[in-house]
Design a binder for this molecule. Sequence first.
Ligand code: ADP
Ligand code: MG
Length: 355
Amino acid sequence: MADINLSRITKSFGDYRAVNQVSLDIHDGEFVALLGPSGCGKTTLLRLLAGFEEPDQGVIALGGQAVADPVNGVMINPEARNLGIVFQSYALWPHMSVARNVGYPLEVRGLGRAEREAKIAEALSIVALEPYADRSPTELSGGQRQRVALARCLVMEPRAVLLDEPLANLDVHLRETMQQAFLDFHRRAGATMIYVTHDQAEAMAMADRIAVMDKGCIRQMAAPETLYREPADHMVAGFVGAGAVLPIGDVSMRGAGRCSVRLGDAAIHARICQKAASNMNELGLCLRPEDVWVDEAGTLRGSVEDCVYLGGRFRLQVRVGADQVLPVYATKRARIGETVGLVISDGWVFNRSEV
Ligand code: ADP
Ligand code: MG
């Protein structure tokens, strides 16, 4: 396994820049999710890494060695990069047993039978499919087939495993089971993994760090908690987790990283990002629903526009201004149209103008 470094990678198709100046450093053994809306360039970035596409500019290095560097004429082919790749469609051969599917890349490499069998057994045990070795893939569920595809990529002992929306075809329950299977695999194998998804909950649940992509650029790369609590910009705040971003004007600083914000008749204590503190133009306030409480003593008043039961709690949409609606969790059902008081315990202030 190896570190992966991308430095200012750009890739265009005709006039269209699918990947724009992307730099990423992924550590050996790390589980990184590449998260972004459909069409933002995730698959293209993965294909550049794997060697199926050549960057127009920039350098890609695996374990400190350049594998793509157009300025210096370096372009190492996909096989020689030795990365394992798992796509959304599993592409198994129906006429071969599970074991033979898994071992096929080793046959191609010309490994002897005993060595093949040992490696197949190990890979099948990592994905917990040993009892299915002699079955046909057609007898397996979607999740089991996806695990066969993962085992087939593992027998090659890749330097890293790239997964492109591997669970997109599976139903919700199976997805959760498979997420756990991928995480168990990551813990056992210690593999460097890059997991592409457009599903923020999936990225949050699985990754050590998440790179949020939009229109070919990386907007922010950070641990899930940091992305959620301290989004770098409007796009990240809106894409990762529920909440609202409100335009605000009046901010007074209250010591390092803290500020006070006026919202209606209320004064809110919030955290402020360093960049916003040094440039107070076009500020936005990100409020997550768990930081807002219905409380009759609250000086911020709002009108309930929606109330849905989530199981265990309710989520309200409360209008506090002309274009300001806040999602709020509550323990009791509220009537539509009812006026409620709100208390806000935390918020995050950043620059909206950087969008
Ligand atoms: P994602 O995986 O995030 O959905 P993609 O990387 O597949 O996004 O695509 C990013 C953009 O690049 C899209 O607008 C897509 O249409 C375009 N694109 C991708 N591959 C090609 C290609 N081979 N030729 C032309 N355009 C492409
Ligand atoms: Mg894609």
